[in-house]
Design a binder for this molecule. Structure first.
Ligand SMILES: [Zn+2]
Length: 594
């Protein structure tokens, strides 16, 4: 309904513009101009312009109102959008967001990301069960014990009180663990006697009984039983999330862990003219040579970059996992994980918990070598400092043995780089155009209270060290890791500057602000630098002549407002290839043809 109203308003503006066509002589050099704006171009000089002209979705002139209007002349059918002094930026780019899966989840699963207590979680599960048949699976996602009043995991015992006859699986917001009820555990044949699978943990109470919480590979024991998502559900999820992205000024996303079904959903929407985002995907490569070969086959069956599908869909490489999560204390680290910022976390065997590799380190190297030699870009999930060292050293190893400039292998998350890792990254970028961190400053906010307690005061100061990277000339790109954190890029831009946690459990700034960057750099990491990681830096990421007209208009000037306001900025209008894909209800922006 809301969408209809928006389109209706826009159609009205176009009609009123069409009425003035006869005033204009022939020879069009632009079909759309944006004037009276405060346009943050994010070009190399960070220039600010007043106006820009667009022809067939491409920016053809940037400058003052007078320059742009003179350039556009009085072309027939010229549309004019009066920005009325509002701020425009390049369309924002998220280089790590699981949008297909997340969008599908928002439509079909129980939403728990704003649940403040276990009681709320149980109420929502109960409501969903009322609509389900006995025995039908009920799934949900987004819970985080850091935000729950009880400050503990959801357990099978909790879930059994509302769901005795339906198997339940509730994924944690990080995606690295989740909670099953007893029926789901029974179906998965998990008992007290079941041993932990390799690279996974079955959480247990002091008596050794499975609590229902499963971490990393142990999740698969239950999730493999959940009926698969259909292509139609996936397509609906993508269409749903597209609307959300447009309403947040976001026009390009890297979807970093896809299988054939996501690709087919994206491709079919593209073929129908319904894909109104630029999507760059990383295929799931698994943790073995066999799964790597499968991913390679999938990649070989579609176009390789620099070839694209209309610059809207790109096959950008593979995703691999070196370790787990900072939230689940499964990231591979040199020093002990902590509980509540002080108490050392111990494994079941009584040893200090320092996480573990999720892929055998030697196999990981072989897999990277296979992809590199086949000229496939690798993105590796690495959270802990030990995992990061292994990943960057592996990249350096394969590049040295077989130098290939421009593959842009990336380090996904890169929470805790050592000084060594930063040195290697700086060199990889310079020598091979590789080794780019794809980072989530938003973690510091959304799961920051959880993180602060797990990493502890010593490591907290060096988490997501944007300033240290900037000092070394290292480029990175921003992202949300949605559904781990909310998808709007404005949160990550703000978090890059503010480094504040959501609840302040360990004080407002447990991470300090020494590693914060300013808003100019933060915006660049969600625009120009993001475009590089999508292999589209010549087409998007800044508002310059020759680039695609992907533009977001905002209700405030992010360069001049107090930084705490960046988080709340509202998008007024979004354009993709010069097409208005979002116009906020009640927006003050006006088209004007007079
Ligand atoms: Zn992710």
């Amino acid at each position: 309904m809301i969408r209809k109203i928006r389109l209706g308003l826009w159609a009205f503006l176009l009609l009123s513009l069409a009425g003035s066509q006869r005033l204009y002589p022939q020879n069009s050099s632009a079909d759309l101009v944006l004037i009276h704006g405060h346009i943050l171009t994010v070009d190399a000089n960070d220039s600010v312009a007043e106006a820009l002209a667009i022809q067939h979705g491409v920016i053809v002139k940037v400058g003052s109102d007078a320059e742009v209007l003179k350039f556009a002349g009085k072309s027939p059918g010229l549309r004019i959008i009066d920005l009325r002094g509002y701020t425009a930026t390049p369309g924002l780019i998220d280089t790590h967001a699981h949008i297909a899966e997340g969008g599908e989840n928002e439509l079909y699963s129980v939403q728990l990301s704003n649940a403040a207590s276990i009681e709320v979680i149980l109420d929502r599960v109960k409501a969903k069960i009322r609509q389900a048949k006995p025995g039908e699976w009920v799934t949900g996602a987004g819970w985080d014990e850091g935000k729950l009043a009880e400050h503990r995991y959801v357990t099978a015992a909790d879930l059994d009180t509302v769901s005795p006859n339906n198997p339940v699986w509730l994924e944690h917001t990080t995606g690295h663990y989740g909670a099953a009820n007893s029926m789901a555990l029974k179906m998965a044949r998990i008992t007290t006697a079941t041993a932990d699978p390799e690279a996974g943990t079955i959480d247990r109470d002091p008596q050794g009984n499975a609590t229902g919480v499963l971490k990393e590979s142990a999740m698969g024991l239950v999730t493999q039983l959940v009926p698969p998502i259909t292509l139609e559900q996936m397509r609906n999820g993508i269409l749903h999330i597209e609307e959300v992205l447009h309403s947040e000024g976001m026009t390009a996303v890297k979807d970093p862990l896809i299988d054939q079904i996501q690709w087919d959903a994206y491709k079919s929407l593209l073929d129908e003219g319904k894909l109104k985002e630029r999507i760059c995907v990383l295929w799931s490569a698994g943790s073995s040579m066999a799964s790597a070969q499968k991913a390679l086959n999938e990649i070989n069956s579609v176009r390789r970059i620099p070839q694209t599908y209309q610059d809207r869909l790109l096959s950008c490489g593979v995703k691999m996992f070196m370790d787990g999560s900072g939230g689940a204390r499964t990231g591979w680290v040199y020093d002990n994980w902590l509980r509540n910022g002080t108490t050392p976390d111990m494994t079941r065997a009584g040893a200090p918990n320092r996480g573990y590799p999720r892929t055998d380190p030697e196999i990981y190297q072989q897999m990277v070598r296979l992809f590199h030699e086949n000229k496939v870009t690798v993105g590796t999930h690495a959270v802990g400092d030990r995992a990061m060292d292994w990943v960057v050293d592996t990249y350096a190893l394969v590049e040295k043995a077989h130098p290939l400039r421009g593959l842009r292998h990336s380090i996904i998350h890169a929470n805790l780089p050592t000084a060594h890792a930063l040195d290697v990254i700086a060199e990889l970028q310079k020598k091979y155009d590789a080794g780019y961190p794809e980072m989530q400053a938003e973690f510091l906010w959304w799961i920051g209270d959880n993180y602060a307690g797990n990493y502890g005061p010593k490591r907290n100061q060096n988490l997501i060290p944007l300033k240290a990277m900037l000092r070394r000339g290292i480029l990175w790109s921003g992202g949300s890791d949605y559904s781990v954190t909310p998808v709007p890029a404005r949160y990550g831009i703000w978090a890059s500057v503010a480094r504040e946690t959501a609840k302040g459990t360990y004080g407002a700034n447990p991470f300090g602000i020494a590693e914060a960057v300013d808003i100019h750099i933060a915006l660049r990491s969600y625009t120009a630098w993001g475009a590089r990681q999508m292999f589209l830096e010549n087409k998007i990421g800044s508002l310059e002549e020759g680039k695609r007209a992907d533009i977001a208009v905002w209700d405030r000037d992010l360069y001049s407002v107090p930084s705490n306001q960046i988080k709340d900025m509202k998008c007024l209008m979004t354009l993709l290839d010069g097409e208005v894909v979002y116009h906020a209800e009640g927006s003050p922006l006006k088209g004007s043809g007079q």
